[in-house]
Design a binder for this molecule. Sequence first.
Ligand code: ZN
Length: 382
Amino acid sequence: MTTVRVATFAGPGASPVIREVPRPEVPRKAALIQIGACGVCGTDLHILKGHWPKPLPWPFTLGHELAGVIVEIGPELTHDWSGQPLAVGSKVMLPPLMPCGTCYWCTHYPETANKCLTPVYYGRYLGFEMPPHLWGGFAEMVYVDLEELPGTKIYRLPDDMPLRLGALSEPLTSCIRALSRAQRIGGFRVGDTVVIQGSGPIGVLAVAAAREMGAGRVIVVGAPEQPRLALCRRFGAEATVNLEEDETPEARIMHVRDLVGGYGADLVMDCSGHPSAGPEGIEMLRDGGTYVEMGQFTDAGAILTNWHRICTKDLNLLGSWAFTANDLPQGVAMLDRARDRYPWYEMQTLFPFTEAGLADAIDAAIAMRTVKSTIVPFEGLG
Ligand SMILES: [Zn+2]
């Protein structure tokens, strides 16, 4: 291949356009990674709906849940972030943006380096004004250059891990980190009852993460029944509450409290992003319980009428925004360890890397006909 095909979007609402760009040279600390699979994320959908609060370098390539294989590598790019050797043929994943490692936040608060002031986008983005940037997984390849962007982090995947599975490591890591935050303050212990709000891909992965990390019981509130709530139960949710059946917050709170029994859930985690999830979820908790907010990251429509209940119920309230560089190996390791314990592949609906395939994948995700639309550019590689 002397050219690389990448999909770009001209702006919110635009259809994907596949373009060919010259395959770049690979300097001594750079690599070209052929994409095996790339998931469509809720964040991609937000961006395509025009919800992103900051200006974006349109037209650009979306897709950040990617796993691929190194097809060309410079002689001085020898190891991944965790110190594992890298070579042509290594399977890897890349997170979408990475802590720089040198700003005030990265150096003073490494455990919250997810709030890095100058996060690193890999690819030919910085210093390259014209797209495409070989950043973003809706493409045949992405490009990394650690000399140009030393904050770039590559994570090697196990050799026998299918790239489709590896493409789930980024969203799974977000769930692990959110639960780890609760663990750290004593808000999530072995045997605890966990309620997950939201049955999208993050909700489904949160079920697996909660179980792997010791939850006793997991209950999910979401919709629709097919394919999402049914899959949550396949992942081990003991019960699900359907938003389309229990239409009011009061009905949902009563239904969940009835399922949970006792004094309420020990931990409630919002993976839905719905503006009313917070006030509703707080009422599902026992007094002294812990609430983790990882779904709502825009202020669109926020309504928090019972915010005082955080006080009167003596709650722990935690936000969890993405993850840091040190969280990612846990996501890869959990997928590897729990490979046969969950129906991971049933999450994914595969689409080809064509303009029609990309458009279908996005439409299906918006309409919730899929749990995780996943682009597979090369048949047999994903
Ligand atoms: Zn930083």
